[in-house]
Write a protein that binds this ligand. Sequence first.
Ligand code: GLA
Length: 683
Amino acid sequence: MGIRFGGDYNPEQWPKEVWAEDLKLMKAAHVNMVTAGIFSWARVEPRPGAWDFGWFDRVMDGLAGAGIAVCLATMTASPPPWLSRAHPGILPEDADGRRRWPGGRQHYCPSSPVYRTHAVRLVEQLAARYAGHPALAMWHVGNEYGCHTRQCYCEVSADDFRRWLRARYGGIEALNAAWSTAFWSQAYGDFDEVLPPRTAPTFPNPAQQLDYLRFGDEALRACYLAEKAVLERVTPGVPVTTNLMPQHKPVDAFAWAPHMDAMALDFYQDPYVPDDHIRAGYVFDLMRSARDGKPWMLLEQAPGAVNWRPRNGPKPPGAMRLWSWQAVAQGADAVLYFQWRQSLGGAEKFHSAMLPHGGTDTRIFREVAQLGRELAALPDIEGTRSRADVALLADWPSWWALELDSKPSTALDHSRIALDHYRPLFEAGVACDVVPPRRELSGYRLVVVPNLYLLTASDARRLTAYVHAGGQLLVSFFSGIVDEYDRVHPGGYPAPLRELLGLRVEEFWPLDAGRSVAVGRGTYAGRADLWSEAIELEGAEALAHFTDGDLAGRPALTRHTYGQGTAWYLGTRLEATLMRTLLDDVRAAAGVAPVLPGLPTGVQATLREGTGGGYLFLLNHGTRPVEVGLPTPMRDALAAANGADGADGTDGTDGADGADGAEEAVVDRITLGARGVAVLTEA
Ligand code: GLA
């Protein structure tokens, strides 16, 4: 089938006369997949147990007739009004005990057995009805779990939490030990006394908060799994997925990954953030890595502006195409949008769509159709894979624990720290995986640990073994501090990494807001902010020191040879240019080369390879044309697809339909226009 291309299809918003036109225009835009019915629950079950699928049958049949595959939604993301009226207990509550009312969407408590029962009942109906339907290609369960209702604190959730805790700890004394309840007279006599961490007079117990985040993630996953179980039974072999959100704290993508037949992501690059493509790069790499490099799906993006930021910038010409190709370049086998046809009413009427209010004679529709044609012309990209020598570690439990209150500093932001470390790798053009600490690391030349505040003893042993066997490891500040219950590892910071790093941190010295300090020595001279710490060397060498402030003269950056490998340690946040220097040095020590040497600034290069050959993707994130020299003469596959010089920009919209007849240029250098894209294959 090639790369999937299409979007959310919400036909219930339109009279059925419009549906035929939808199909015609989808074909014109080269749509080959839609995700249909995401918010259709109230239409297919207008009254309890009264099913009305007739209209949806016509939608499915029409799509099948047009040869468009359906990633069929289970329709459970927004319960119908009758359900919350009959069972107000399904409504979620926040940490202050305030109810979240119907009227928006996702107004259900994930632990509610009533919600789950009704959701599963609907999924039974859907699965039975559309099993074997020629349009059914995949299942899309729920929608963006935890987007609006991140956690629920109601009594039903409290009961479910206690059940979860009993299973986790067995006895109340184990919970008391794990939660350090000797502190502040919190010792529990029985599980029945335990509550969710609702708003308290002061900091709720951190281990209780951490477990509630774990529990919240599992409660959402239980909803997903309950529906998935039905789908696997009734439609075996049809892949099941759900759309995750980027850097979404309530949902641990690594824990969900084994339950998803394809990773799927919604990503909305912000046109007003000049380097948002680097954040995209990080999340795309994480999606690909979560299932060991298997292709993933960009299940939603905006064709133009969104409606939910304070100011919603349109995507300038070429940006949507560029960012879509970026997803493919980083391993996606699907590029879909929210949504097909722009709504006339409702909360998202000013959110762009593939088919805008202005119809087909619009820039957005033309750009969508051009991209559809390009993707359709290169079907063999599907299934190709990429490999990386660098792994960047990320971990949800550590993220959760890091950002709890009552810390040396509450200014430590997991996502920001991760990007500080990812950015220099991205800018250097290095292929990178983003993996959890439990992943096998021996295949990587370099492992980067931006921050692992929470590090289990066994993961610390694995990092130690990795370096001992010859790996290069870079660890940054405030890592290896607590165990999985947010209890400090005894023995001086960071106890489980001390021997490996060859140092000890005696005191944390977070820097005040707006304050920076100088760090020095040769190429590492510059400034640092956010964090510092008093490092005592125990075998490591200092590569740079703080040169002013309270810690003047103490190490800021160290290196320690351990076994066959080297462990680097950074005790502060370096300004971006110094981070680039550091990552370049660490990379050089590890022998990690960029995908393509000598790339102009702002150009991203990635490789995907398969049995039928490889693809080199070149993406110019800048707004000036640049020339890129190729290592060997290559075929400009995208220019061929556009029937013209499509590689140097965003024109060619009206070019020949498909590659037929187009001259397939072999080139040894290529000019990328502003936001230009090139896809090259072996000549
Ligand atoms: C999310 C949701 C969609 C829609 C878009 C708008 O991705 O899944 O239903 O609300 O946001 O950007």
